[in-house]
Write a protein that binds this ligand. Structure first.
Ligand code: DON
Length: 596
């Protein structure tokens, strides 16, 4: 558990074990060999246990993924989806090349472009976020089992054992989970209310939470992974969907596949950045931002979070998010997306010429530099809480795994599959329910991300790995030294959080913990508002407001709102010594970075 905010120092029981309990402010956890960091201490422990048993980083990542489905049901899941980036240290794992697993949810065959619109063509509130019709075909089981079967060493039974044990025997509920399980959306659905709310006798901090149905489901997956998609379990899911007005059928489950895609590779200040390709916008938008920023010496504008840096970084955010809105979607449905153009350094240089040294560029009148991109579709703007989780793993051989997984909003659709004990996602809201109408994250999206049967909704998740540039030894290309494993939850703020973390560490020299804890800011083109976490220094916000920005300090008028977003569960490797440092984002009290 991350006790950093409550105590200043706790002595370690073993000099070889590093964990978050030893932290003081902005001092990362360190470990010489291997490390796991996640939002939930039980899940981190499951990953470290698997590493100690001889598992590699993929074994540990799969163990953490299934453990999070048990101990962090707000976002950890088997009823959702995610992306896994595997970055091997050498030729031993996966042929030495980075691998990207896309296990994003897919729209059921019965889905259609206007499925969330009423007879007048208006978006029906909450239909894509709550209840049975909000779910895409889950991908997590396909993704995690594919990862284990292709890249793991220990086998599913071994890596799923900690999750199964915690589901069967229970684990101690922390104050955050106790609060989250009171969610109204869970109370709306019979099985969710029974399992997570004991039919009104709410769980309290310190109670033990057992999930026998989920334990049995996980055991069945460990025994026969394909059961979820093509066996008895698939039939049970399909029958539940049919009985409750859901759209997912046995045929949808049978058609689902984890897809390996080529990860996006870019450069920032002489380092290699590997990140998520479509159907995530995460990597391409991140690369476009970094390409724009790479042409400046940001330290000349001030230090980390100075008004000068915030201005230039926000202008890069604004421009990259504009391209996201117009052009991105599932690559299998949009073969001509201008990804190479968005990542072209010359395009970034042309964008830089449009950035004023002080004044913000209004989003509504922003014009793309000519000659790079195809014509944008016309997006007529029609104006009318959430949770994901990220975890990072590095093993003793230097293999790195970066995973972001989600149900979309807290507890997804709120619907639990009765008898199987897992929550279904509401990822359909990541599509444009109507082109030009903002989704749950205020994102305007174009026709490339309209709903269609079998299509995967555009994501912002950005599991990322930063390394030194690859080098050649004789004729063999060797990966460069690992520097950072990172990612975050937070919808569109995922991308800006990852970009800010890279700038904080690479440009401004912050350590991994200080970068995670730094107050966040975000711009996503539309709405044309520079958003700040509540704890962001007010004088900097005032200065940017005076320069012409419309600013919003999250939750400033509401004492109960924490006014924060994101969770930077990152691992940094010291280029000289190889020492690993893990962050525990201070915004999450029960996360843990640990290693050995
Ligand atoms: O894939 C996406 O971009 C969203 N479904 C992520 C949602 C999210 O990060 C919510 N977390 N705070």
């Amino acid at each position: 558990m991350n006790d950093r905010l409550k105590c200043t120092a706790v002595f370690l029981s073993s000099a070889l074990v590093a964990s978050s309990t030893a932290q003081t402010a902005e001092v990362p956890v360190t470990a010489p060999h291997a490390m796991v960091t996640s939002v939930q201490h039980y899940a981190t422990d499951a990953g470290v246990e698997v590493l100690r048993e001889g598992g590699n980083a993929v074994d540990a990542a799969v163990a953490v993924g299934f453990a999070l489905a048990v101990v962090y049901p707000v976002a950890g899941n088997i009823g959702g989806g995610g992306f896994m980036l595997i970055r091997p240290a050498s030729g031993k794992l996966g042929g030495g090349k980075p691998h990207f697993l896309d296990y994003r949810e897919a729209a059921p065959a019965a889905a259609s472009a206007d499925m969330y619109l009423d007879a007048k063509g208006n978006v029906i509130p909450k239909m894509s976020t709550v209840g049975q019709k909000a779910s895409g075909v889950p991908g997590s089981v396909a993704g995690l089992t594919y990862a284990e079967q292709h890249f793991g060493k220990l086998g599913l039974k071994k890596v799923m054992a900690p999750a199964i044990k915690m589901a069967r025997d229970g684990f101690v509920v922390d104050s955050a989970l106790a609060g989250n399980m009171r969610s109204d959306r869970l109370g709306m659905f019979t099985a969710s209310k029974r399992i997570f709310q004991r039919d009104g006798d709410f769980y309290k901090e310190g109670d033990t939470f057992q999930q026998p149905e989920l334990a049995r489901t996980l055991e069945r997956i460990a025994e026969k992974p394909d059961d979820f998609y093509r066996g008895a379990m698939a039939q049970e899911i399909a029958a539940f969907e049919k009985a409750n007005g859901g759209l997912i059928t046995g045929a949808d489950l049978a058609a689902y596949q984890c897809k390996e895609r080529a990860p996006l590779v870019g450069r920032y200040r002489g380092l290699e950045v590997v990140s998520a390709p479509p159907p995530s916008s995460g990597g391409v938008v991140l690369m476009e931002i970094l390409n724009i920023l790479g042409g400046y010496d940001l330290t000349k504008f001030g230090g980390d979070r100075s008004p000068g840096q915030v201005h230039y970084i926000s202008e890069a955010f604004r421009r990259a998010f504009m391209d996201r809105a117009d052009f991105l979607g599932d690559p299998d449905f949009n073969p001509a997306m201008p990804i190479a153009q968005m990542m072209n350094p010359k395009y970034a240089a042309a964008w830089r010429t449009t950035i004023d040294p002080v004044k913000p560029s209004p989003s509504a009148t922003l014009v793309r530099p000519a000659g790079f991109m195809p014509e944008a579709p016309s997006l007529k703007l029609d104006h009318e809480s959430k949770e994901t989780t990220h975890y990072s793993v590095v093993d003793a051989a230097g293999n790195a795994v970066s995973v972001t997984t989600t149900l979309n909003f807290y507890f997804g659709s709120g619907v639990t599959v009765d008898g199987l004990g897992f929550v279904l996602n509401d990822e359909m809201d990541d599509f444009a329910s109507k082109v030009g109408v903002p989704n749950g994250f205020g994102l305007i999206q174009g026709p490339a991300n309209a709903i269609a049967a079998g299509k995967r909704p555009l994501s912002a998740m950005a599991p990322t790995v930063v390394s030194e540039m690859p080098h050649h030894f004789l004729w063999v290309k060797k990966p460069g030294k690992l520097r950072l494993v990172l990612g975050s939850p937070g919808g569109p703020t995922i991308i800006t959080t990852v970009a800010n973390d890279i700038v904080s560490m690479v440009d401004n020299g912050l350590n991994v913990q200080a970068a995670a804890d730094a107050p966040r800011f975000h711009h996503q083109w539309m709405p044309d508002t520079l958003q700040f976490e509540k704890e962001f220094p007010v004088d900097t916000i005032s200065r940017l407001k005076a320069d012409g920005y419309t600013v919003k300090r999250l939750g400033e008028f509401d004492e109960k709102t924490p006014g924060k977003w994101g969770d930077s569960a990152m691992i940094a490797a010291d280029p000289k010594t190889g020492l690993l440092s893990g962050s525990n984002d201070k915004r999450y009290l029960f996360g843990k970075a640990a290693g050995y």
